[in-house]
Design a protein around this ligand. Structure first.
Ligand SMILES: Nc1nc2c(ncn2[C@@H]2O[C@H](COP(=O)(O)OP(=O)(O)OP(=O)(O)O)[C@@H](O)[C@H]2O)c(=O)[nH]1
Ligand SMILES: [Mg+2]
Length: 342
């Protein structure tokens, strides 16, 4: 008889167990489970890591190398020693590729920055941007070859996702050379125009220059990178930020490869007899807007447009230019590589 309450409890527990089991079975019937797909994708992409490639282009001496240095090589690369004022950046004479591996909250990014020699110094500047155009094409060609090869799983993506095009602050807007260069590159890469050395302009001048350049870009039919439309269900704050970004094109930037110390805090800036310019001060330049756009908000879109538009154009052209025989052989191309090795 003393076992009676215990038996009762067992019975109740069994009944409860059967009931909960049935409930879960019913739930399993309702859900197949693909709601976990985003998690699966997330885990897989995080494991693989991300890559992003940025290039600079424009007339010589506009501060391309300096801006690259300001944007990435010191700020994001903590271990690197900050160069002092004596370490000047020299004129770039070859295309130089810097690769940095960064990790943030367990997410790995292989960031490649391509510094290019400035053009416009010669008497005849016809096609002086050709090396840049060729470089972008070569990366597409390599990707196309890798895609048709045997080992497609480990393709390294070296395609250029964004090209910061530097415009001189001294002229009256775009120069014919800028127009010709941007037109030559517009089908191959996402062009993000920037007004260089914005510290040489007053606030009103920056505003007018931006308006003028935007007008000219439209007038000459230059295709620069278009920020995607903001979803209507986004919150107001996000919409405002997005509009500020769109209205800031071309970004007015200031570069500096020295650290300034003033009133106890250190910052990247430029010292003039009449005052200090802080690179990261939103009142002084669009530097932060540009960096946030590249690293925080539009990196994936820049990559998507590169893959879906620019690379697809290249690929379609390649296939069109192939003779009927080579295009017939394309699907079996990997086999040839196989026979070649064995
Ligand atoms: N006032 C001002 N000067 C700058 C700025 N950025 C760079 N400079 C100066 O401009 C000069 C040229 O800078 P670079 O970074 O070598 O220019 P670049 O565009 O890489 O030149 P190339 O390699 O010849 O194409 C240097 O003396 C820099 O110190 C800026 O934002 N404002
Ligand atoms: Mg340079």
């Amino acid at each position: 008889a003393d076992k009676y309450p215990w038996n009762c409890f067992m019975l109740f527990q069994q009944l409860f167990h059967v009931q909960t089991k049935a409930k879960y079975r019913d739930q399993d019937k309702e859900y197949v489970g693909f709601a976990t797909l985003p998690n699966q994708v997330h885990r897989k992409t995080v494991k693989k890591g991300f890559t992003f490639t940025i290039m600079v282009a424009g007339v010589s001496g506009l501060g391309k190398s300096t801006l690259i240095n300001t944007l990435f090589l010191t700020d994001l690369y903590k271990d690197r020693k900050v160069p002092n004022a004596q370490e000047q950046i020299n004129q770039t004479v070859n295309i130089v590729k810097h690769t940095i591996s960064i990790e943030e909250k367990g997410i790995k990014l292989r960031l490649t920055i391509i510094d290019t020699p400035g053009f416009g110094d010669a008497v005849d500047n016809t096609e002086s941007w050709k090396p840049i155009e060729d470089y972008i094409d070569q990366q597409f060609e390599q990707y196309f070859r890798d895609e048709s090869g045997l080992n497609r799983r480990n393709i390294q993506d070296n395609r250029v996702h964004c090209c910061l095009y530097f415009i001189s602050p001294f002229g009256h807007g775009l120069r014919p050379l800028d127009v010709a260069c941007m037109k030559a590159l517009q089908e191959k890469v996402n062009i993000v125009p920037v007004v260089a050395k914005a510290d040489s302009l007053t606030q009103a001048e920056v505003y007018r220059k931006k308006m003028k350049i935007r007008e000219e870009i439209k007038q000459y039919g230059i295709n620069i990178y278009q920020f995607p439309e903001c979803d209507s269900d986004e919150d107001e704050d996000f919409k405002n930020q997005d509009q500020i970004l769109k209205d800031s094109i071309p970004f007015a930037v200031i570069g500096s490869n020295v650290q300034v110390e003033s009133e106890g805090h250190k910052f990247r800036g430029r010292v003039y007899p009449w005052g200090l310019v802080e690179v990261e001060n939103p009142a002084h330049s669009d530097f932060l807007l540009l960096r946030n756009m590249l690293m925080r908000t539009h990196m994936q879109d820049l990559k998507d447009v590169t893959g879906e538009t620019h690379y697809e154009n290249y690929r379609a052209q390649c296939i069109q230019n192939m003779t009927p025989l080579t295009s017939m052989l394309l699907p079996v191309l990997p086999l040839f590589t196989f026979f070649f090795f064995f």
